[in-house]
Design a protein around this ligand. Structure first.
Ligand code: ZN
Length: 459
């Protein structure tokens, strides 16, 4: 059992509970071996039940670069030119030049503690920092992956590790730049890295390992072809069409836009997660929706980096599936990701309740349930509060002023739009209660470790 977690109660009782088919009253959830053994609706509480007001399923965070948490707020000063993603990336490269595996472990542990406190119970760690500071491989090629996995074990968050294949600096197999030396592998070494990561992942109860070509600019077409034997039913994640410059470069290189090129030349299906997919034509948007691939939306980071807005209405009308990710981790908060996803659309469409597609549908519930289902699918697990699924649960404090006298959809609407993470009470992960009254049980120790690393890196 994890340090600071509490003994497993046999059963939890919630007055209000968001189930896969909507809100229910008086729900007993029985836990066994890290999973939900049974869900009873309309139950009577028993003496042995741990009683709570309200439960939501844990939210999957489908896209994170944990180490970037350490530079949050340090790239908010205007540069000499028109500021953009590319100047942010230069600062990120300078920052990562100095990190050891133990630094990465301590920073990631802090990010994962904050994720659990913010309602996220599993993370898709899009992990591309593989080599030593001089760019040499470690003796164990998966040493950095092991550091990230150790951090998830320390915090107790569910881990879908996404070791990244990164080979080139730009479209047309441009040689990598010095700032990218810690990321770069050819496919042969990538296969070894994946195998090493899988071995390390066995030390965790339910870790998943996915395959992750970084982007169309960082891998070559033949690598996307030759990577096929490694897929074996694993989740496949890729950054795509995040920036206008990336779309322009792809057009100059191939005559096609990134999503168009991927659909034509490689293909995609429900195992794929297209991270960002911000800049798509209507035809591309409908192609992604029809393929079943999950759109990995990271509204806080996309706003912070000035990326643009995902074409959500066309995508949802075509039956598209999405989840949310905290990406750069500049701010870690599942309610705020959902709120910003909706507000971006409201501001540009001059309309309200855009993410709810049916008349009378609750926007908060549509956003929350949509992101749980899509996020879990992208991370290779099942989500939601139902028998057989992971015991990953978030409870809300209905005594919070913004939550008083709420029931049913008004709970999700008030959580997302009015209260945010300050209403989060407890978080269970794999059946262990890791957060109480909004605070992770290992927070103090993890923050102390993190502070030492920050002192070394930036003080
Ligand atoms: Zn990313």
């Amino acid at each position: 059992m994890l340090e600071g977690s509490e003994a497993l109660p046999r059963s939890l009782f919630f007055e209000h509970c968001l189930l896969p088919d909507g809100w229910a009253r008086d729900v007993r959830v029985t836990l066994e071996g890290g999973r939900i053994a049974a869900v009873e609706v309309g139950a009577q509480p028993c003496a042995e039940d741990a009683r709570h007001a309200c439960a939501l399923p844990g939210m999957p965070n489908l896209h994170s670069h944990a180490f970037q948490r350490a530079m949050a707020g340090l790239a908010e000063r205007r540069g000499p030119s028109n500021d953009s993603f590319w100047t942010w990336r230069e600062i990120m490269y300078r920052f990562v030049d100095r990190m050891t595996p133990d630094d990465v472990r301590a920073i990631a542990a802090l990010a994962y503690v904050e994720m659990l406190e913010g309602g996220f119970t599993r993370v898709g760690e899009f992990h591309y920092l593989h080599h030593d500071r001089d760019g040499q491989r470690f003796g164990d090629i998966a040493e950095m992956s092991a550091a990230v996995l150790a951090a998830s074990g320390e915090a107790g968050i569910g881990m879908t590790l996404l070791p990244v294949l990164y080979s080139y600096a730009g479209f047309g197999a441009q040689p990598p730049q010095p700032g990218q030396r810690r990321f770069v592998n050819d496919l042969k070494h990538y296969a070894r890295l994946l195998e090493g990561a899988e071995q390390h992942a066995r030390s965790l109860p339910d870790a998943v390992v996915g395959v992750t070509p970084h982007s169309l600019r960082a891998v070559a077409p033949e690598q996307l072809r030759d990577i096929a034997p490694l897929l074996q039913g694993r989740p496949v994640h890729i950054h795509i069409a995040e920036q206008v410059k990336e779309v322009d470069d792809c057009l100059a290189w191939s005559g096609q836009r990134p999503v168009e090129w991927l659909a034509d030349r490689v293909g995609m299906n429900a195992a794929w997660c297209l991270v960002h997919a911000t800049h798509m034509t209507d035809a591309e948007t409908r192609t992604v929706a029809a393929s079943g691939a999950v759109a990995g939306l990271c509204p806080i980071t996309e706003a912070n980096l000035g990326d643009g807005l995902f074409p959500v209405e066309t995508f949802l009308d075509a039956g598209g599936v999405y989840g949310i990710g905290s990406d750069s981790n500049v701010l870690i908060d599942c309610a705020e990701e959902l709120r910003l996803l909706e507000y971006g659309q409201r501001l540009t469409r001059r309309a309200r309740n855009v993410m709810a597609r049916g008349a009378g549908e609750s926007t908060g519930t549509a956003l929350y349930a949509g992101a749980v289902a899509g996020g879990a699918a992208a991370l290779g697990v099942a989500g939601g509060i139902a028998a057989g699924r992971p015991a990953d649960i978030v409870s809300l404090n209905l005594d919070h002023p913004a939550m008083l006298h709420r029931q049913g959809d008004a709970i999700t609407d008030s959580f997302v739009f009015a209260a945010g993470r300050s209403a989060i009470d407890c978080v269970w992960r794999h059946g262990d209660k890791l957060v109480s009254e909004g605070r992770h049980h290992a927070r103090d120790r993890v923050v102390r470790d993190y502070a030492k690393v920050l002192e070394k890196l930036i003080a």
